[in-house]
Write a new protein. Structure first.
Lengths: 371, 360
């Protein structure tokens, strides 16, 4: 992270939703920043808080009755406390967002062009004809063939890939400084995904915008992101440059993600190592390190102590929130990264297995499933 | 209009996709065709066209073998699976299971065959009846086929199945909503295993699951397959998952198999430009190996109601020439292990630019 003032700086953000079952701690004190023109990838599973944190950036959780604390500084303005009308001037203008499911994000009864015109005219005092010209230009920019004709099509006449392009066109309508892309390619086929990612990279180069990409796909972040933040149960557990995170991942959850996906560039017969159990409830998250019930390397005291994000000794921009000693972690990963199992890694690092975790890993039951 | 299923390959005894000298394959699919009619009219419906969902597909699955079916949305992979299961009736073609043609079976004889093959579905939320307990969901196959009539024995069998797939047998009386996505998929697997099938068809079994849960279900399927010697047809759009799971892989495009071969051959030296494009599009979780020169496909998959002539990929193919739009390429060996339906297969230099690691 460079010394320059970041475009977006999130400080100790907490988002809570009061529900009948209790308070959901969706985001539990996270901090990150996005530099102008750069890409930050937020990685996590469903329920990790990655989407809620980005929706909050745009004030989109206000109506859900979310309790928000902390600061979201966008060019110095705090979006958490900004009045709705000023936030509206930023939303869709300086910060734009694209969503996972382009079919439900586009209005089915309006022509694509009309929706684009609306996006342009929401922030620019231009005539309808001018806005329509801009709509055609935008569709062309995102690679929709024959944009002058397609501008009058309805969303259902577009394929999935074209709808996502139309969404991107709409997001770009006012040349935002920051584009938030929430699982932008998850609903798409792999060939279309490659097209959309290439498009986002090209537009970033041409328009100089920053991108905050939210995904569960490690391949996508590896291709797109300059920096990565890994989220688990509402907290960032590891963050750093993409190179550093993939070269020497530090957190057992990151290891779990890396070892649980089959990769095209690894040996075919390499065993997958699942993370056992299931993501925790955010109403009553586990004590101490939120990951400790699923962590094969957790020690008894990890259930009591809250880990803080701390920089690595040799890589000061790479932070991890893990209670294991640095040299223990590096011994564990050297075994795991070479294809070893958690048991072998434990033996290598001279650690005792976490109580019951290895056995539960074998049958895949979440801890505590046996009453 | 040309007749259905007239792909270049003739319907001989040794069709494309068959494994060398293996006549005892568990499943033999030959020139399978499914056209869904497009109709107009309210009272009197007349046919105005057909969606050619599956159009002349042939492959074999050996006993205990895993065959992967990959391709983009709408390529016909799920329809193929449903035809094999006889959940749909084929327009033409043959499905031979254990040596006999099941594509025209009806009633009790079809029911008999269905005991031997079972399916696992993509969405673990909608494929389980929310009003039934896990015990009754898993024992339903016994009820349908009139097996294990004694309730004590049935309960015991169900609990054994639950244990096999890694569920707690004490949860017999719980309802689906009490389980997480991964556990529900285990319930689906237990139900599929109840009748000890010879063939299991898994249609996108992990794509609805979180990353950390996917590996649990993939490992379970692999372990069960080894333990019971099950043949498995594994349908997925994720090429890395298919490579991990499958002995052989068939790549489908617009209702046809365009390339088929062992996992090592197909991923190591793909010959069909479409296979190459698919592999090239997969993002690799390694920032130091950012592939700058990707072969990006342009455009979208054409409509299966009006597919391109001859080679159906020619409209998007970077190597297409005149011939590809008039002359349908047969699925045949190109000398490197796989069978590919292409007049101008990828050269070794082109394969190298795909940029997939050759390790392992």
């Amino acid at each position: 992270m460079s010394a320059g003032e970041a475009l977006l700086r999130v400080e100790d953000l907490k988002v809570e939703f009061p529900t009948e079952d209790g308070v959901v701690h969706a985001v539990d004190g996270i901090s990150y920043q996005v530099q102008a023109g750069k890409t930050l990838g937020i990685v996590g599973e469903s329920g990790s808080g990655k989407t809620v944190s980005s929706l909050t950036t745009l004030g989109l959780t206000r109506r859900q009755g979310a309790r928000v604390s902390g600061r979201i500084l966008f060019e110095g303005r705090d979006l958490v406390s900004l009045p709705e009308d000023q936030l509206r001037a930023i939303r869709g203008n300086e910060i734009a967002m694209i969503f996972q499911d382009p079919l439900s994000a586009l209005h089915p009864l309006y022509r694509v062009g009309k929706q684009l015109v609306e996006a342009v005219r929401a922030h620019r005092a231009v005539s309808k004809a001018k806005a329509r010209e801009r709509a055609v230009e935008l569709l062309g920019l995102v690679g929709i063939p024959d944009p002058a004709k397609r501008v009058d099509a309805y969303p259902h006449e577009f394929s999935g890939g074209m709808r996502q392009r139309a969404m991107i066109a709409m997001a770009l309508a006012n040349e935002p400084k920051l584009l938030i892309a929430d699982e932008p390619t998850t609903a798409l086929d792999v060939t279309v995904q490659a097209q959309i990612l290439a498009l986002m990279e090209r537009l970033q180069r041409e328009l100089g915008m920053a991108i905050l990409i939210i995904t569960h796909d490690l391949g996508v972040v590896a291709e797109m992101a300059d920096d990565i933040a890994v989220m688990y149960a509402g907290r960032i557990v590891e963050t750093g440059s993409a190179e550093s995170i993939f070269a020497k991942p530090q957190h057992p959850y990151t290891w779990g993600l890396l070892r649980s996906i089959p990769r095209l560039d690894s040996p075919r017969d390499e065993e997958l190592v699942p993370i056992f159990g299931t993501p925790p409830s955010l109403i009553s998250p586990p004590s101490g390190c939120h990951f400790h019930p699923r962590c094969p390397y957790a020690q008894p005291e990890h259930a009591r102590i809250d880990p803080q994000l701390e920089p690595l000794g040799d890589e000061p921009s790479h932070f991890v929130a893990c209670l294991l000693e640095a040299d223990v972690r590096s011994r564990l990963w050297s075994e795991l990264g070479a294809g070893g199992t958690p048991e072998e890694a434990l033996a290598e690092a001279g650690l005792k297995a976490a109580e019951g975790s290895v056995q539960t890993a074998a049958d895949g039951l979440p801890p505590g499933a046996d009453a | 209009m040309s007749g259905p299923g007239e792909q270049g390959a003739p319907a001989t005894a040794e069709p494309p996709g068959a494994r060398d000298g293996d006549s005892g394959a568990l499943l033999q699919v030959r020139n399978l065709v499914k056209h869904f009619p497009i109709t107009r009219g309210i009272l009197v419906q007349h046919k105005v066209g057909a969606v050619q969902a599956v159009d002349g597909v042939s492959f074999d699955v050996g006993r205990g073998e895993t065959l992967g079916l990959v391709g983009e949305t709408g390529c016909g992979k799920s329809t193929t699976a449903r035809l094999v299961m006889r959940l749909l009736d084929p327009t033409s073609g043959e499905v031979r299971f254990d040596g006999r043609d099941i594509s025209r079976l009806k009633g009790s004889r079809l029911k008999e065959v269905r005991r031997e093959m079972q399916m696992i579905f993509q969405d673990p939320y909608s494929s389980l009846n929310p009003r039934k307990t896990i015990g009754s969901i898993i024992s339903e196959p016994f009820a349908i086929h009139g097996l294990e009539k004694d309730s004590g024995a049935r309960k015991k069998s169900v609990q054994e199945l639950m244990e096999t797939v890694g569920l707690n047998p004490e949860h017999y009386n719980r309802y689906p909503h009490e389980f997480s996505g991964g556990q529900r998929q285990r319930i689906g697997v237990a139900r599929a295993l109840a009748l000890k099938p010879k063939l299991l068809i898994a249609d996108e079994p992990v794509s609805a699951l979180d990353v950390s849960i996917q590996a649990q279900v993939l490992n379970l399927l692999r372990d069960l397959q080894r333990e019971f010697g099950l043949a498995l047809i594994f349908i997925a759009h994720d090429l890395s998952v298919v490579r991990h799971m499958c002995d052989r892989v068939a790549v489908m495009y617009l209702g046809r198999v365009v390339e088929i071969g062992t996992g090592d051959d197909l991923y190591g030296s793909p010959r069909h430009p479409y296979t190459g494009a698919l592999l090239s599009a997969v993002p690799v979780a390694d920032p130091s190996r950012h592939r700058s020169e990707r072969r990006l496909l342009t455009g979208d998959v054409p409509s299966p109601a009006n597919p391109p002539s001859a080679c159906r990929f020619h409209t998007r193919c970077p190597k297409a020439q005149e011939r590809c739009s008039v002359d349908d390429p047969p699925l045949e060996s190109k000398g490197t292990g796989t069978l590919a339906a292409c007049h101008f297969p990828l050269s070794s230099e082109e394969i190298a630019t795909i940029g997939i690691g050759q390790s392992g």
